[in-house]
Design a binder for this molecule. Sequence first.
Ligand SMILES: [Zn+2]
Length: 131
Amino acid sequence: MAEAKVSKVDSTVSTVKLEEISDDEGQNKTRIFCQRCPSLVLSSKQAKLIKKEFFLPNMFQKNDHAPLEGVTLNDFWLVTNMMTFDNVGFSKAVDNIMYLICADCEMGPIGWHSVDNKKAYYIAVDRVKHG
Ligand SMILES: [Zn+2]
């Protein structure tokens, strides 16, 4: 008798497999794109996978109000130099946090940056497309 396989899907767990998008050193194997348009955010091997808890509001367009609802994400690509990005936009700083948005379609946040740390830009693994 065949056993039914029940795969547990935890909604807090990333939908992408981290080992498929990062190499042995934790760098991004693939290029990183906007989820909504073909805009290239990062080339491969430019960021490092890190674990960090951070709350991001749900995606919205730049000129809309930031939704109060959001999600706490744990997996981010860390970029240490702003010049590393191929394309990225920023929202206005609120409480010293700027959201990273797509430079072309202006959807975001795809990540965040604290104005207190000029060497840390975080891209949420769940908010971008890898390939
Ligand atoms: Zn876009």
